[in-house]
Design a protein. Sequence first.
Length: 224
Amino acid sequence: MTHVVNWVGQVMPVREIADMAHAHGIEVIVDGAHSFGLIDFKIPDLHCDYFGTSLHKFLSAPIGSGMMWVKRDHIEKLWPLTCYGDPHSKDIRKFEALGTRSFPIEQGIGEAINFHEAIGSKRKQERIFYLKNYWATRVKEIPGVKLHTSLDPRFSCAISGVSIEGITPNQLMTTLFDRYKIHTVGIDYEGVRCIRVTPHVYTRIADLDKFVSAMSEIAANRKA
Ligand SMILES: Cc1ncc(COP(=O)(O)O)c(C=O)c1O
């Protein structure tokens, strides 16, 4: 199950679904790529069996870093895909037999954690949610603009989907980048058609004002 859905940023009720799954003997793997380092939670709170995440997203660790978490009881039965002398070991380190790799990347993770902890998970979540709300409450008033994500803090945090009637996600993404140098991601899957907008702690209010005014101009100039 995806903890924060990457298309529109919906936060899933992972714990409730995991409890239901366990009642039916089903194990739960959580993809926390967009929740880890953003939402203030502890992995065991989710009641999942396995949790995987990138560390280069909201934790801001070097690109190419990630983390796998396995509930202690499940480690022994999980076969490592990289060679390890004792594949049935109960030691989580059996998954770290990766050979020679870039150690600076791994060392950078420590600095990213220091930076994250200097802010604190709760403050970071609140700040990023504030930034999302700042732009989203403004653009939703623009005629033709539609938000694809709830503004309720239980259901979303940093990421929000937004679209302008009559403009495809790809056109909107390209116009924002080419004309305003604003990077967003076009989402066009399974009937979900919008751009994904994602502020981080370093996004400034001035940046968001620029985005809001760009959206106003694009909406006003579109062909009816
Ligand atoms: C929900 C989700 N899971 C996994 C990934 C893959 O992450 P990575 O590119 O760090 O391997 C992404 C990438 O954006 C994602 O959105």
